[in-house]
Design a protein. Structure first.
Ligand SMILES: Nc1ncnc2c1ncn2[C@@H]1O[C@H](COP(=O)(O)OP(=O)(O)OP(=O)(O)O)[C@@H](O)[C@H]1O
Ligand SMILES: Nc1nc2c(c(=O)[nH]1)N[C@H]1C(S)=C(S)[C@@H](COP(=O)(O)O)O[C@H]1N2
Length: 207
């Protein structure tokens, strides 16, 4: 019996090389950016993404104050110059006068993705009754997805991983990135089980 050829049906079931991804992480806080307290947003984002994704990640971290123009400038720079596939922000989504992250994110948007904000508020209600105070949005700019998360460092894992009663929003991120032409993101199921329609799935990686 002959060995299966590299281009035969067995090869078609092998996972391809894992694709690198570039992710912008932006912590937006007047006090953390001026050194009043230590920033916990960037480490929380980096830790969660490193645990969740199998892809090699290049992080583009930014720590900035709650200034609308500076936030919009940072988001444009991360997408247009640094070529990030995904940008996650934390902070500045609430109702206080200095909270302008959603406005700055909409300033740079080509199109809005309202489902992310809706689902995050649903998830967060399982953790805090004040979940409805977050005005967080998600948008597309070019071939990148930008998502706002609340500023409490614990809200990062809560909204990305979800609750037993409400799926975390990151489950929908890999397929969204597929649809906008980005790299094929592969997750560790124990942290985040990404969902794709069957026709969009590649063979699963072992181990
Ligand atoms: N980057 C951060 N690092 C550590 N803790 C944070 C960070 N951002 C927010 N927090 C914590 O979460 C709380 C609520 O966050 P929120 O974004 O509403 O802050 P804020 O009151 O607007 O002030 P600031 O912009 O100066 O962080 C803060 O009071 C702080 O305890
Ligand atoms: N999952 C989760 N969502 C949350 C919270 C939280 O602790 N966990 N805090 C809420 C609170 S108290 C506020 S004021 C809003 C906005 O927070 P931000 O201004 O820090 O972005 O997010 C809300 N959403």
């Amino acid at each position: 019996m002959s060995e299966p050829s590299a281009s035969g049906p067995a090869a078609a079931l092998q996972p391809g090389p894992i694709e690198p991804v570039r992710i912008g992480i932006v912590s937006i806080s007047d006090r953390a950016s001026s050194g009043v307290y230590e920033d916990k947003g960037l480490p929380a984002l980096q830790d969660w993404l490193t645990a969740a994704l199998l892809n090699p990640i290049t992080f583009e971290p930014r720590l900035i104050p709650d200034e609308r123009a500076q936030i919009a400038h940072t988001l444009r720079e991360l997408v247009d110059d640094a070529r990030c596939d995904l940008v996650l922000t934390t902070g500045g989504t609430g109702p206080s006068p200095r909270d302008v992250t959603p406005e700055a994110t909409l300033d740079v948007a080509d199109r809005e993705m309202p489902g992310f904000g809706e689902q995050m508020r649903q998830i967060s209600l399982h953790f805090v009754p004040t979940a409805i105070l977050s005005r967080q949005v998600a948008v597309l700019r070019g071939r990148a997805l930008i998502i706002n998360l609340p500023g409490q460092p614990k809200a990062i894992a809560e909204t990305l991983s979800g609750h037993e009663a409400a799926s975390g929003i990151f489950a929908a991120v890999p397929y969204c990135i597929d649809l906008i032409g980005g790299p094929y993101l592969e997750t560790r199921d124990e942290v985040c089980a990404a969902f794709r329609p069957k026709t969009a799935r590649r063979p699963a990686r072992q181990g």
